[in-house]
Structures are given as structure tokens and as C-alpha cells.
Design a protein around this ligand. Structure first.
Ligand code: ZN
Length: 96
């Protein structure tokens, strides 16, 4: 009897296309610029096509920008966390 060890066809399980969970795990490294070039390209390709992940990427960029701005403000007595949360609230995001 023939044994089929390739399994059923699952078109979504291609190595070229990340799934959303994998993309989300890579997002922070991506935003920090820590991803290897191949991973960076794969994540960009996913973001390009995936309407689910794209808002997360936008949020991440916004968050990193807020953190960077907060660190550039030595006069500020507020904590980085409070400053970042305040800025995100301005942009319409709820505090976690
Ligand atoms: Zn996705």
C-alpha cells in the first residue's frame, strides 16, 4: 500500500508567507531594525497583503516614536511610561 507522507495540500502553509502569529512575534524586532534581511523582507511582504497585521505595525511605529520622543525630553519629570501612554491616548489608542 502506498503511503503518502506529504499530507494533504495546504496552500496556506508555504514558507514564503508568514502567518499572522509569526508576523506579530517579529514585529518588535522589525521596528527596532533587528531582523535579518530575509525575515525583514518576509514580514514586509506579509504586512503588504495582510489587513489584519498592518494596523499593528502602524501602532508599533507610533509607540516607538513616542518612546523616542519621551527619551529626548530630559526636562520631563513624567515617567517614560506615562509620557508614552499620554501620547498614545492623543492618537486615539487606549492604555493597555
Ligand atoms: Zn497578518
Amino acid at each position: 500500500m502506498h503511503i503518502d507522507d506529504t499530507g494533504p495540500d495546504t496552500p496556506e502553509r508555504t514558507s514564503a508567507m508568514l502567518d499572522c502569529n509569526a508576523a506579530m512575534r517579529m514585529l518588535w524586532d522589525f521596528l527596532d531594525g533587528h531582523l535579518a534581511a530575509a525575515d525583514d523582507a518576509a514580514l514586509r511582504a506579509h504586512m503588504d497583503k495582510c489587513s489584519h497585521c498592518f494596523p499593528h505595525a502602524q501602532f508599533g511605529e507610533l509607540l516607538l516614536k513616542a518612546v523616542a520622543e519621551q527619551r529626548r525630553a530630559p526636562e520631563s519629570t513624567a515617567s517614560v511610561r506615562d509620557g508614552v501612554l499620554a501620547r498614545l491616548a492623543l492618537e486615539g489608542y487606549e492604555a493597555p
